[in-house]
Design a protein around this ligand. Structure first.
Ligand SMILES: *Cc1c(COP(=O)(O)O)cnc(C)c1O
Length: 393
């Protein structure tokens, strides 16, 4: 029997795996496209929020997504190395001339907030005899990256001069929101107005960039991006593409019509009975009140489970099984009393919620964080398996 036929008849029992449903990502992209008339950029930074950058990017391209967004230039170069030839914007360059050179050479658009970065890009463009493509960033209130309003005119003027020299093209102007997911946040309207002011400066300098963008998933799904006079032609969506709510204020994924793409699974490594009075895991933070059947789940905080989660549970044989005591680096212990659990049984740590299993959004509540952090932190020790690719049944 060949190894591949073995694998297909007896699916390999994996310690743990993250199954990524690419058809869910496709459905979520449809949902986002229906919510806006602007071009939808799909954000695949941080290994596509833990879902795997190469496969998610390929799926997005097959669906006709013209723009992919990443934070780091290195991430953009990785996409190029994997064969992606479409438009990519990378917005978090640090002063490393060789990486910037490579991005310019590889036709990666770069987000620019400062004259020094503009200078580095112009140098790179001259050296390589190409025209570098940039998106100028205005800080409209997040106080993170972006040019302050007081520095904006200078940056725009320098860019207009470099464009006149044919060293760069200002392909876009952009900003990032403080509370895009909150439809009642007054700051969103203020940011939209600051963005319009910034655009006027750009137009007065004789520039007319195709792409104007400031909305994220939250602003698209909350309606903020259509109600606040956003003069945008593109939106940058990450989390919603992966089927997770941008914020509890908007409701959960089901209420938003999103489908969580990642299911985190493991297999029970051991099952045994402990007596009443027995403590479980480091520090004995949980003590059995009665005889308890416990299951060992071979996944822990090294794999991305949040150790700080309060009263989390997992799904085994159609039941929610509480995690007992501390989550350790590689494993955790769950209560399987009355479940008839066997070693090798499937454990769903989180999934889309169809069966009643916990979701990443619930894990986020248990850990006092956001769904973004739960999926993004699922570590490299957990293999990803893909289902639902376009054209695959
Ligand atoms: C991560 C990121 C996004 C995507 O935000 P979501 O809330 O995941 O849609 C958009 N723009 C910038 C600048 C980002 O850093």
């Amino acid at each position: 029997m060949t190894p591949s036929s073995t694998a297909s008849t007896h699916p390999e029992v994996l310690r743990a795996q993250a199954v990524v449903d690419l058809s869910a990502i496709a459905a979520n992209i449809d949902r986002l496209r229906a919510a806006t008339s602007a071009e939808v950029m799909i954000v695949v930074k941080a290994d596509a929020y833990g879902h795997g950058m190469a496969r998610v990017a390929a799926q997005a391209r097959r669906l006709g997504i013209a723009w992919l967004g990443v934070a780091l230039p290195e991430e953009a170069l990785q996409l190029r190395a994997e064969g992606d030839t479409g438009n990519i914007l990378a917005w978090l360059a640090t002063p490393d001339q060789s990486t910037i050179d490579e991005c310019v050479e590889q036709r990666v658009d770069l987000g620019i907030s400062t004259p020094w970065a503009l200078g580095q890009i112009a140098d790179a463009a001259r050296r390589h005899g190409v025209i570098a493509r940039i998106h100028l960033k205005i800080d409209t209130g997040l106080s993170r990256g972006g040019a302050s309003a007081s520095d904006w005119s200078e940056l725009v003027e320098l860019s207009a001069r470099a464009q006149a020299d044919s060293t760069i093209i200002v392909d876009g102007v952009w900003s990032h929101l403080v509370s895009g997911e909150d439809p009642d946040a007054a700051v969103t309207g203020e940011q939209a107005r600051a963005f319009v002011d910034a655009l006027q400066v750009v137009h007065r300098a004789g520039l007319n960039p195709t792409w104007r963008h400031l909305a994220n998933s939250g602003a698209v799904l909350s309606g903020a991006a259509s109600e606040n006079g956003f003069e945008h032609t593109m939106v940058r969506c990450g989390i919603a593409a992966y089927g997770i709510t941008p914020g509890r204020v908007l409701g959960d994924s089901i209420q938003l019509g999103l489908r969580p793409a990642m299911t985190l699974q493991a297999r029970l490594a051991q099952v045994k009975v402990i007596p009443a009075g027995q403590g479980v895991s480091y520090g004995h933070h949980w003590i059995a009140e009665r005889e308890t059947e416990v299951g060992l789940v071979p996944i822990g905080y090294a794999d991305g489970l949040p150790r700080t989660a309060v009263a989390p549970s997992v799904w085994i044989s159609g039941r929610r099984c509480p995690v007992l005591g501390r989550i350790a680096m590689d494993q955790c212990v769950v209560d399987v009393t009355g479940v008839d659990a066997q070693p090798g049984d499937e454990v769903i740590v989180f999934g889309p919620g169809d069966l009643g299993e916990p979701t990443a959004e619930e894990w986020a509540e248990w850990a006092g964080t956001i769904g973004y952090e739960i999926v993004t932190r699922i570590g490299p020790r957990v293999p990803r398996r893909y289902v639902g690719e376009v054209g695959q049944v």
